[in-house]
Design a protein around this ligand. Structure first.
Ligand code: EPU
Length: 338
């Protein structure tokens, strides 16, 4: 049974920024039928927001619409061979809990994505990635329901148009409630430890035949050392995407800043860490009362408690403006502004 429809519910504990805002209507769905049953009750002109872990949103005011909290659970093996396993996971499952489950089973593939806040259903929306891995590498398909019609649809990997922090669900397929995500994980294959800091962490161990658990522990310790824990300081991880620029723009910047960090990107472009650009502009560690820029990672904006979404939004606008003046680069937000 769906929880009953509630009104004027505080969303403070449903967004990792810890912003105070109210939902006009709020309900939790525990099964797909709950969702199908509620759809006819939502007037067609009303706004709907699907809430997973609330870890990639910035609420800039009360939400005058319907907030549907995703509580769909369940982890089921669909098929299995000696070398791999295909598993379907309810979209409301906490992402890190799912990663921990795969480690208990000894499956390879998600260890680099440990400790990412949010839910399984939100993960493909922005093709979550960290430490050299992205969800698209182990993704098989997802299922969901169109919110206005109740029609179900399955999207295979090719149809999801995954890119850097991008998918079709962020662009054209909107108002679609992802209900289940299916992954293919390996029982044997190699680990992805190429990302500089992971290797450094692993080298501290007294042995060399590393397990997915070792890589996960390394990732957890790196993340804990750099990223603020949303339980302690409100934040939504990276607030901006890392921008890509053309080779000529990059060469120009390199003459001005010979040490500029950079990585190769698609189509001969160059990716520049937004954190570096923001730090160069002097923002890192700046605090403005209740909010600011994290002291250890300039890409993360933080709410020390009591900040409003609009204050953080304004700060992000000022950062975008200053980076533009400094380097001629227009930063894009990664977080969804609501
Ligand atoms: N850097 C700075 N100043 C800083 C932080 C970083 O100059 O304050 C520079 C350094 O040169 C560093 C480089 O930026 O070498 C890259 O930094 P880092 O490895 O911390 O990664 P990032 O590019 O800033 C991305 C993801 C993170 C993910 C890490 C690790 C994006 C938008 N962010 O950050 O994802 O954890 O890589 O793989 O791609 C998230 O999406 O919420 C998130 C935390």
């Amino acid at each position: 049974m769906a929880n009953q429809i509630q009104e004027y519910i505080s969303l403070k504990h449903f967004n990792t920024f810890g912003i105070e805002a109210e939902a006009r209507f709020f309900l939790t769905v525990n099964a797909e039928e709950d969702l199908i049953n509620i759809i006819p009750q939502i007037p067609s002109g009303d706004k709907i927001m699907i809430l997973g872990g609330g870890s990639n949103i910035l609420l800039t005011g009360d939400y005058d619409g319907w907030v549907i909290k995703n509580n769909l659970s369940g982890i089921e093996i669909e098929s299995e061979t000696e070398s791999e396993v295909v598993v379907g996971v309810g979209s409301g499952v906490n992402w890190h809990d799912w990663v921990m489950y795969t480690l208990e089973k000894g499956w390879y593939g998600l260890e680099n994505l440990s400790l990412i806040p949010g839910s399984v259903g939100a993960a493909p929306m922005q093709n979550i990635g960290a430490y050299g891995a992205e969800i698209k590498q182990s993704f098989v398909y997802l299922e969901g329901v169109f919110l206005r019609t109740g029609i179900k649809k399955k999207f295979m990997k090719e149809e999801c148009e995954f890119g850097y922090r991008e998918s079709i669900f962020k662009r054209s397929v909107r108002e679609f409630f992802i209900t289940r995500v299916c992954f293919r994980l390996s029982k044997k294959s190699a680990l992805n430890t190429g990302y500089g800091d992971i290797q450094k962490e692993l080298e501290k161990l007294p042995y060399r035949n590393f397990t997915p658990r070792d890589v996960s522990n390394a990732v957890i310790s790196i993340r804990r050392s750099k990223l603020p824990d949303p339980e302690v300081i409100g934040n939504a991880g990276s607030f901006f995407k890392n921008p890509t620029v053309s080779e000529s723009v990059f060469l120009n910047l390199k003459t001005r800043f010979p040490d500029i960090p950079h990585y190769p990107a698609e189509e001969g472009k160059v990716k520049i860490p937004a954190a570096w650009l923001i730090q160069q502009c002097g923002w890192k560690g700046q605090r403005f009362g209740n909010f600011g820029v994290h002291e250890k990672q300039a890409l993360v904006l933080v709410n020390y408690g009591g900040a409003t979404g609009n204050e953080i939004l304004k700060l992000s606008e000022e950062i975008i403006r200053s980076v533009h003046l400094f380097a001629g680069i227009e930063l894009e937000r990664e977080v969804n502004i609501i």
